[in-house]
Design a protein around this ligand. Structure first.
Ligand code: SAM
Length: 371
């Protein structure tokens, strides 16, 4: 987005102070924080990055107001200096944050204490073991890849990941654990930016979206614009001042699939000679005589015989009929070898129609004696 546009938006937004309403504009420019909400100088001075990766309270407030209710709990799994938790406190919400760096976690607690905000900041990553953590909204800025972090080398610190694949799988693990903590229908909103590291572009925002796509239901994105200085570019140069980021808005809720189209594809699979058993919610829905009301299945769970040749053939058959395959959100093409399949429990096959409808098949492998 051109910076000139951001500057214009900035002046419009600055006029409405006190936290923005969320309207249906697809972008907005948060107003800079009041000086007493900024990260204090003495705290910045004690941070290894000088607080340069700290966000704005005004970046978070509109999302907290719009996607949670007073007294509900806001979770930030990458809490940094607790900007989100401060915004939550200002908006009358409870806050819980996870920060892997012990020094940062201590600085975050100190910051909140100065504001009289009582939030639960835990040192370490959010993991599946934290079963008691419950939240109504997850709101976070993801760590950036390729930072030269010279703080403590804590295991799991994503700023220290040596390669992009490891970084993404670390992000995936955290957002997976968020899912467990989040209330049904709760929103998960991640702020992320595509980045350039070593002159190479990383589609970090798109990759975060892909991870979230595999765990939550996508709603919308908002483009957040920040005022930054601009310079003219030499002819055909493409770099920008990267003065925008995306707020990716997702929700933890069940997908809705096209039940009739799912039934038709199951009949076609059977007709093509593939052996399978149906189980789970779709099977229950069929058995109950397809009631018009009640809990609609979010997918069809199939159990397949563990024969590599037949599995490969089925995947190819599905791909030829417009299905996209993924393993925990990572796109795959046939063949998928049996151990990988079993380690992931299922291969997901999605077909999205031009009317926006979805057929989703979760293809699990049975044990040898199940057929
Ligand atoms: C972009 S900063 C968040 C800044 C925060 N939004 C704020 O304004 O204060 C990302 C933070 O994630 C932390 N982090 C990195 N890996 C983590 C992990 N696996 N679990 C929890 N925190 C992690 C980093 O130490 C860093 O403080």
């Amino acid at each position: 987005m051109p910076t000139a546009t951001c500057a214009r938006v900035g002046s419009r937004i600055t006029a409405s102070s006190g936290g923005l309403p969320v309207d249906d504009a697809s972008w907005f420019a948060p107003s800079p924080d009041r000086s007493d909400w900024e990260l204090p100088r003495d705290i910045r001075d004690r941070d290894v990055f000088g607080g340069s990766d700290c966000g704005w309270v005004e970046q978070m407030r509109p999302f907290i107001r719009h996607f949670s209710q007073p007294r509900q709990t806001v979770l930030d799994p990458f809490c940094g200096f607790a900007t989100t938790l401060l915004a939550a406190g200002i908006e009358g919400r409870r806050g819980i944050g996870f920060e892997i760096d012990p020094q940062r976690a201590a600085l975050a607690r100190e910051r909140l204490q100065r504001h009289g905000v009582d939030a639960d900041i835990r040192t370490g990553p959010l993991s599946h073991e934290a079963t008691e953590v419950r939240a109504d909204l997850c709101l976070t800025s993801v760590p950036y890849f390729g930072c030269s972090w010279n703080g403590e080398a804590v295991q799991g610190q994503l700023y220290l990941e040596r390669d992009y694949a490891g970084f993404l799988s670390g992000l995936r693990a955290v957002f997976h654990a968020v899912r467990r903590s989040l209330a049904d229908d709760g929103f998960c909103i991640a702020m992320a930016e595509n980045i350039v590291v070593g002159g190479r572009r990383f589609q970090l925002a798109w990759d975060v979206a892909r991870i979230l796509d595999s765990l939550y239901v996508a709603h919308e994105e908002r483009v957040l614009c920040y005022p930054r200085s601009v310079s003219p570019l030499p002819h055909a140069a493409t770099s920008t001042n990267r003065s925008h980021e995306y707020a990716l808005v997702y929700q933890k809720r069940r997908e809705t699939i096209d039940l009739q189209a799912t039934l038709e594809i199951l009949r076609a699979i059977e007709g093509a000679g593939f052996d399978f058993r149906l189980h789970g919610s779709f099977a229950a829905w069929l058995e109950a005589g397809m009631p018009a009301h009640g809990r609609r299945p979010a997918d069809a769970d199939l159990l397949l015989p563990p024969r590599q040749d037949r599995l490969d053939a089925l995947l190819r058959w599905l791909v030829a009929r417009g299905f996209e395959l993924n393993l925990w959100g990572e796109p795959v093409k046939p063949p998928v070898d049996l151990p990988t399949w079993q380690a992931h429990h299922y291969v997901r096959a999605d077909r999205r129609g031009r009317d926006g409808s979805l057929v989703r098949l979760d293809l699990g492998c049975a044990s040898v004696d199940a057929f």
